[in-house]
Design a protein around this ligand. Structure first.
Ligand code: DHB
Ligand code: FE
Length: 280
């Protein structure tokens, strides 16, 4: 039987990808950010996961405003790395798992999550920056990846509570898959940031640290955070934290926190990262 063995959340700042690609990761500004991910690289060497269900958001890289799916599941054999205006990142192609993805799609639709099935999808920094942070520089990514893109670009975005329940349904779907796979679930985006408007540059460490504190055993409080709360407290792009709730919802009631990192700022963003292990 397949099992979710860990849940990982991280910010996905595009400038981290650029610093990494251009070999600036040991610059004074960037070194503390990358150091925050040394632990997880070692963890991944030990864990050797087979598949990552990677919950992220597209930033109008693959999905422009003509089509805005709420939840879009990557069904393809592989996913091209998007060109986001600076050229394609020089990172490996992202390899999918179409058989597990088809199983997830079927089970999630049975569970009343009417997904958009993406038989072709380019993945942007929401996917590729976390892959670089978790696995470093590689010729090939050491895992298969099933991308799950969530709409946070156009109202109405799904609620945190809806995301949590999607996570629960993903866990049930994984556990009903007969192959003995080691599956991780990741949520990327956040933490507090706002990229435009009068409050551009907003960062709220108090909100972010409370979110990190509550994620393990007071997550019920996080499920109640409304979209307006995210906007007020964590800025316009703070809504990206709902992807963390899909991850957390997929881990069940009890989790153990294995690692945590928080750093301000990277580009315009508060960088947060946490590694959780489901218990039982
Ligand atoms: C930044 C952060 C993001 O999460 C993003 O998607 C784009 C930009 C930033 O801090 O610049
Ligand atoms: Fe983002």
């Amino acid at each position: 039987m397949a099992r979710i063995t860990a849940g990982i959340a991280t910010s996905h700042v595009p400038a981290i990808g650029a610093a990494f690609d251009q070999g600036r990761d040991q610059d004074e500004y960037w070194a503390p950010v990358f150091a925050g991910y040394d632990w997880v690289k070692e963890f991944q060497r030990r864990e050797d996961p087979d598949v990552v269900i990677l919950c992220y958001n597209d930033h109008a890289s693959a999905m422009m405003l003509d089509v805005v799916p709420t939840f879009a599941l990557g069904m393809a054999e592989e996913f091209d790395v998007a060109d986001e205006g600076w050229g394609r990142r020089p990172v490996p192609q992202v390899i999918g798992d179409p058989v597990l993805a088809a199983h997830l799609a079927e089970q999630l639709v049975i569970d009343e999550f009417d997904l958009t099935l993406m038989n072709a999808l380019e993945v942007d920094h929401g996917c590729t920056v976390p892959l670089s942070l978790m696995f470093g520089r590689r010729e090939e990514w050491p895992v298969r990846v099933i991308p799950l893109a969530v709409n946070v670009t156009q109202f109405p975005t799904p609620s945190g509570e809806r995301c949590w329940r999607l996570g629960e349904a993903i866990r049930d779907a994984v556990e009903s898959y007969p192959a003995g796979l080691n599956v991780q679930i990741w949520g990327t985006g956040g933490m507090s940031h706002q990229l435009q408007g009068e409050r551009a540059g907003l960062i709220n460490p108090e909100f972010d640290n409370a979110f990190l504190d509550k994620l393990s055993d007071r997550a019920d409080e996080l499920r109640k955070i409304t979209r307006l709360d995210y906007l007020r407290e964590a800025g316009t792009e703070g809504i990206e934290l709902i992807m963390w709730l899909i991850m957390r919802g997929a881990l069940g009631d009890k989790v153990e926190e294995l690692h945590r990192f928080y750093h301000v700022p990277a580009s315009n963003t508060a960088v947060g990262h946490i590694v959780l292990r489901p218990q039982g």
